[in-house]
Design a protein. Sequence first.
Length: 303
Amino acid sequence: LTSLATQFKNTSNYGRAAGGVKTLDAGGKEPPTPSARGTTNRMTRPTESDKARWEEPVKYATACFSGFFRGVSTPTGGQRVQKLIQGIHQFREQDFRPLQGLFEQLAQGQSPETLFITCSDSRIDPSLLTRSKPGDLFILRNAGNIVPPHSSVSGGEGATIEFAVAALGVKDIIICGHSHCGAMNGLLHPELVATLPAVASWLSHAEATRRIVRDNYGHLEEARLLTTAVEENVLVQLENLRTLPSVASRLAKGDLHLHGWVYKIETGEVFAYDAMGGQFVPLASYHYPTSETPLRRRTSAAI
């Protein structure tokens, strides 16, 4: 930006007068210095009015280019990391100190009561959403808040859930989908993930969701169809959750409860699946289940 302004200045009369750019004649030599009627050569000795007249466009160009680059530039890698480092410093000074006693206690071990399974989407913050403190939630995140059903192939999701249920003894498991889910959009439109083989393979764990939506909700328009897919996927993943041995055992004992939520990003609302009514309802209307009941497919959407 400074270079652009300098070039602008040097190619002006003021710039030439100040020695920034020399003008040559056709033969490649400097022309003789003009001196008409005995007046002072203003090309070699600019007046204050000359300076003011030519510095104003330079300032204007600088301001214009500054605004342009501010609009299109993105932080460099160093700036992005520096922002995170600054955040850590602020955490240490503003957040950690008031909770230092809690963190010292957590250093001795954890005992969360809830396993929160949600999407990797950067727009969701489970702790912020639930106003939970460190140590309250055991969190599992992946694209599409998917829980692969039990099989001979073990994976990170199954291991995380087993640890939470069998080792930590969580009392509740929440699967939380969200509006505008990119994973569900990719599930409905496979062409969007055609060049992402790992993503396409991962979404196969939600194939039941795709077929349910295709076979039962084909009449819905696109936006409503995506919302329905998000809701149905929460129910499908709850069903998958029940196939895991550690979960099935605790459900049989009656000391583990499953919940299906959908978070609406644009309003901050959370809807919970009411198994008795077969509907997603506003969280304020949700009744905590006293016992586990089989999931019933809803017939219409409430979100």
